[in-house]
Design a protein around this ligand. Structure first.
Ligand code: SF4
Ligand code: SF4
Length: 587
């Protein structure tokens, strides 16, 4: 059985373990062989050919720095490896002409590496210490769809256009207006058409340094699509976009896959991934240790396998539990719970923007979802409830204590996570720290965390504060699918265990469907005027919201997960005719 040994050099601390504990306990070393040795950097390195996989060293290392992983026989040779005892990637996604192919998997298991190899930006090393020759790469893929693709890539017949994950870095490397930037990459003379399709025309004369995150994302997608390419790669295209923009982006990306072009997408919004792709690859593995790309699957089946944690047609279990959706009939719960806070009609003018919030109230022991386009005042309302902004008219019962997680949580602080989460560590280890996967982050300074790590720390921090009302603004941003489901579960557990109230603003409709008992809906003209209504029951709220989006949803039979109906399909027409746009039962 192939085996890999991975040493996390950041975690390895030979002084802290009393002096190379792993070397002292390894039975192979004790018999005189050099299975674990001291590397040139004074950390350890492990010889996988001598290791018997006894499991002693990963158990004894007090810093969790070692992973010994037995792999299925089929995974004998990685496609790429980051140095000895470093991250291993097995197999690759395969672009297909005329199709949108998605990649679904957790963070930290090599999705970006896989994309960069397919895009020709990183030459694989096939597990050796140096770059492989093209002939070796072609030999590796002999007889597969990928061989054909890499032959074309090698001979320069494939031109790739790539939308990177971190669009917020664009203003750091690019100067000028949006139009100037896009003109430079308009190789197909489709500038006006694509700007229109992605709602960029109105901001075309804005300086790139002044545009918002959602605008930057749409500009980056446009810049990618304007190039004349054979393969378009989009790494997380939904980040920063509201749901209306996500649906537009989804239709736009689908339209790029023609007979001579292929599209590859990494996406964590399952509803959007589902609606956008023809096929998907599941990626599984262990964060920072190894990642495996499955064979392609039809999108419905692939997402169900992913939620199951079991790839049936490859007989591969990669998670010991299912990620479950419950088609819960949420709606009656509030009738039985006391009121927490209420407001009469609120208005607030902020420069050119006017917000009106209809009279409403929040109950205890309830989770509220807040849905609406960007720029319609959701964050302003949250800040009014939090007492951070005073309304012009109307009164909020301000006697409640509020804990608030803002939308943007960039931090330059060098403070250690354990210090920031001291209260959570003392009181909510089981409720927050463990399920949000924060244990491994405790000794890291805040300014070294990735977006997803920082998000989990911010959610844990907000939910650990003593409060009557918790306001979480976009908690799913930067989280992968598993982390989103874990986060939604944590929120529901906090409500159930503490009888408290949580209000969540987010654009991932599956995440919101999973966690919300009731919904508030924001509508209006972005940046001009916003109207807030509700809270409503889930059915009423979703019906109102989907009406604006002009889409309908159903539940998938096996998993109960929500899916967007194909526009003009039989179900879409039937549900629109009956006014049941959000269909809570499976069909
Ligand atoms: Fe010590 Fe763990 Fe490093 Fe081995 S891997 S030297 S046990 S800290
Ligand atoms: Fe040694 Fe391998 Fe056992 Fe670790 S797992 S103690 S390296 S034989």
């Amino acid at each position: 059985m192939p085996r890999i040994a991975v040493v996390n050099k950041e975690k390895c601390n030979p002084q802290g373990c009393g002096g190379y504990l792993c070397i002292r306990v390894c039975p192979v070393n004790r018999e005189g062989s050099e299975c674990i040795v001291i590397d040139t950097d004074k950390k350890v390195k492990i010889d996988e050919t001598l290791c018997t996989g006894c499991g002693i060293c990963p158990n004894r290392c007090p810093f969790g720095a070692i992973d010994i992983i037995n792999l299925p026989e089929a995974l004998s040779r990685p496609i790429h490896r980051y140095g000895r005892n470093g991250f291993h990637l097995y197999q690759l996604p395969t672009p297909m002409f005329g199709q949108v192919v998605g990649i679904l998997g957790r963070n930290g298991i090599g999705k970006s590496t896989a994309l960069r190899i397919v895009a020709g930006m990183l030459k694989p090393n096939l597990g050796k210490d140096k770059e492989a020759e093209w002939d070796e790469v072609l030999e590796h893929f002999k007889g597969t769809e990928a061989q054909n693709y890499f032959e074309k890539l090698k001979s320069g017949k494939i031109k790739v256009s790539f939308k990177p994950q971190q669009v917020d870095l664009i203003p750091k490397t690019t100067k000028g207006t949006v139009l100037e930037l896009l003109r430079k990459v308009d190789e197909q003379e489709k500038l006006a058409e694509i700007m229109d399709a992605l709602d960029i025309t109105d901001i075309k004369n804005n300086d790139i340094s002044t545009v918002s995150g959602g605008e930057l994302q749409r500009i980056a997608i446009a810049a990618c699509a304007l190039r004349d390419a054979d393969l378009y790669v989009f790494d997380e295209p939904s980040s920063y976009l509201d749901i209306k923009q996500r649906i537009k982006m989804c239709e736009f990306i689908k339209s790029l896959a023609a007979s001579k072009t292929a599209v590859l997408v990494v996406e964590h919004d399952l509803l959007i991934l589902d609606a956008m792709c023809d096929l998907i690859h599941i990626m599984y593995g262990k964060e920072g240790a190894y990642g495996v790309v499955s064979l392609p699957k039809a999108v419905r089946v692939g997402i169900n396998y992913f939620l199951d944690g079991f790839i049936r047609d490859e007989n591969m279990r990669f998670r010991d539990r299912e990620l479950k959706f419950v088609a819960h009939e949420h709606y009656q719960k509030i009738l039985n719970t006391p009121t927490l806070t209420s407001w009469n009609t609120i208005t607030k003018q902020l420069e050119k923007f006017k917000l009106q919030v209809n009279e409403g109230l929040l109950h205890k022991n309830t989770t509220y979802g807040v849905l609406g386009e960007n720029g319609t005042g959701k964050t302003t309302f949250v800040k009014i409830l939090a007492g951070l902004i005073k309304p012009d008219d109307g009164v909020v019962d301000a006697s409640i204590k509020v804990s608030y997680k803002p939308q943007y949580i960039q931090t330059d602080s060098e403070e250690i996570v354990a210090a920031v989460l001291q209260h959570a560590l003392q009181h909510y280890e089981v409720q927050l720290i463990r399920p949000l996967g924060i244990k491994d982050l405790l000794l890291k300074p805040l300014n070294t965390l990735s977006g997803g790590e920082l998000q989990r720390v911010a959610v844990a921090h907000a939910l650990s504060q003593p409060a009557d009302l918790y306001l979480l603004d976009e908690p799913s941003a930067y989280l992968d699918v598993e982390q989103r489901i874990a986060c939604a579960k944590v929120i529901k557990d906090v409500v159930a265990a503490r009888g408290t109230t949580v209000l969540v603003v987010d654009h991932d409709l599956m995440f919101m469907d999973y966690l919300s008992d009731n919904l508030m809906v924001f509508s209006g003209r972005p940046a001009r005027q916003g109207n807030a209504t509700g809270p409503f029951s889930m059915v009423d709220g979703m019906n109102r919201f989907l009406q604006e989006l002009k889409i309908t949803m159903r539940r998938e039979k096996e998993t109960q997960r929500p899916r967007i109906n194909k526009p003009e399909s039989r179900l879409d027409r039937e549900q629109k005719a009956s006014g049941k746009l959000y269909y809570s039962k499976s069909n």
